[in-house]
Design a protein around this ligand. Structure first.
Ligand SMILES: [Zn+2]
Ligand SMILES: [Zn+2]
Length: 271
């Protein structure tokens, strides 16, 4: 899936918190339009939010086929950059650049389709629509890496165990879900409670009454919902919290609570 949009060369649209379209335009001298996949921008922004990165420097975004084939770039003229689905970049946290080895591993965990190690600071990230690519580009542009953790001899992160919620926080959560979703309110989660759960995401039911209940519970478990706290709005902070919870609990990491699905079951302790 991709969502390619065309922008004028001088367009200065801020596509996400940290990424402006002007940073993605082709670096040839022709000042032509920029074709770019805004879904890829959102994915990179999500990746930054999830990992607490606060700055990105992009050395290459869109490339016209001619520029891609030029000597200085040395591409094929038909790679991911020419499709507007790739970014060569480096990331920062509190003024410090994140080593590319680490970024490659985190990008792998995050589910990027294409990841390339360029040098100690820069990585290539793409959202190709078919296949996957993991490469050490110092050794050419073939997919020559199976697993970045093993390849770079980096320690695999041990999943942070979910802190055991206090009985009262859990009970408050169950009652809150039951009352806001229209189930029988008895503080005991079961099939009926699960059957009333609704899909929650940044796009769906983002202001549903149960959002605040969910946020309060996630925060009590140690998952930050961002600087607004439990504000009742399912925004990017809540999405990051849900993703972190999903990652620690063996669910699909997509930041979405599908109605009656696994993340809900885990939260309600029904799985
Ligand atoms: Zn160009
Ligand atoms: Zn690249």
């Amino acid at each position: 899936m991709s969502n390619i949009k065309t922008f004028k060369y001088n367009d200065k649209t801020q596509l996400s918190k940290n990424i402006n379209i002007s940073e993605l335009r082709c670096k040839c001298s022709k000042h032509h339009e920029t074709k770019y996949d805004v879904d890829h921008v959102n994915k990179v922004q999500d990746f930054m939010n999830t990992n607490g990165f606060d700055k990105i420097i992009i050395s290459s975004g869109y490339r016209c086929p001619e520029h891609d084939k030029s000597k200085s770039v040395g591409g094929s003229g038909s790679g991911q950059h020419t499709k507007g689905t790739a970014m060569d970049c480096r990331f920062y946290k509190n003024g410090k650049v994140i080593p590319a080895k680490e970024v490659c591993c985190l990008a792998q965990d995050f589910g990027f389709k294409g990841i390339g190690y360029i040098d100690s600071n820069y990585v290539h990230l793409d959202s190709r629509t078919s296949g996957t690519y993991r490469g050490d580009e110092r050794k050419g542009r073939s997919s020559n890496v199976k697993d970045f953790y093993t390849y770079f001899n980096m320690p695999k992160p041990t999943p942070t165990p979910t802190p055991t919620p206090t009985d009262s926080a859990y009970k408050t959560f169950v009652k809150g879900v039951q009352s806001t979703c229209g189930a029988k309110v008895d503080g005991i989660a079961g099939k009926e409670t699960l059957s009333k759960t609704v899909t929650l995401s940044t796009k769906k039911n983002s202001k549903h009454k149960v959002v605040k209940v969910l946020q309060t519970y996630l925060i009590s478990l140690g998952y930050s919902c961002g600087k607004c706290g439990a504000d009742g709005i399912f925004g990017s902070g809540t999405k990051s919290a849900v993703k972190a919870y999903q990652k620690a609990n063996g669910c699909v990491v997509d930041g979405v609570l599908d109605a009656k699905n696994k993340t809900w079951k885990k939260l309600l302790k029904l799985a």
